[in-house]
Design a binder for this molecule. Sequence first.
Ligand SMILES: Cc1cc2nc3c(=O)[nH]c(=O)nc-3n(C[C@H](O)[C@H](O)[C@H](O)COP(=O)(O)O)c2cc1C
Length: 144
Amino acid sequence: MVAEALAEGLAAGDDARWRFCVAPMMEWTDRHCRYFHRQLSRHARLYTEMVTTGALLQGDPARHLRFNAAEHPVALQIGGSEPDDLARAARLGEAAGYDEINLNCGCPSERVQRGSFGACLMAEPGLVADCVRQCATPWRFRSP
Ligand SMILES: Cc1cc2nc3c(=O)[nH]c(=O)nc-3n(C[C@H](O)[C@H](O)[C@H](O)COP(=O)(O)O)c2cc1C
C-alpha cells in the first residue's frame, strides 16, 4: 500500500519526494540515523531531532546543525516560542543549507511542554502565526 502510494506520487512529479517523510524524533533522528535512512530511500524527506532555540543561539550551533550532503532533502526542526529567537535559529538553519525549517508544534512530551513549546503551541495560534511570520520574513525587511 505504502509502496503503491509512493510509486504513484513519484510518477506525479519531482515534488512527490516530499510526500514521504521520516518524522522528527528526539534521541533518534540524529545525523547518523538520517544518513542510514537515506540509504533506504532517495526520495523521503528526513527531519532532524528538534533543536531548541537555546541550543542554537547559546550553545554550539555547528554541532547541532552538522549534516552530510547525502541527507538532502533534509529539514531542520526548531523548538521554541519566542518569535525573534526562532527567526534567528531559522536563519542559522538556512545558512547551514537545510531544505526546510520546521517549527515544532506537535511534540507532546512533558519536557517540551514545560518549555512552552511543542504541542502546547496548538493552543496559541496567534503566537504560532507570529513565529512563522518572523521566520519567513527576509532579514532585510525586519525592523531593527
Ligand atoms: C521517540 C520519539 C521522539 C519524538 N520526537 C519528536 C520531536 O523531536 N519533534 C516532533 O515534532 N515530534 C516528535 N515525536 C513525534 C513524532 O514525530 C510523530 O509525530 C509521532 O510519533 C506520531 O507519528 P506516528 O503516529 O507515525 O507514530 C517523537 C516521537 C517519538 C516516538
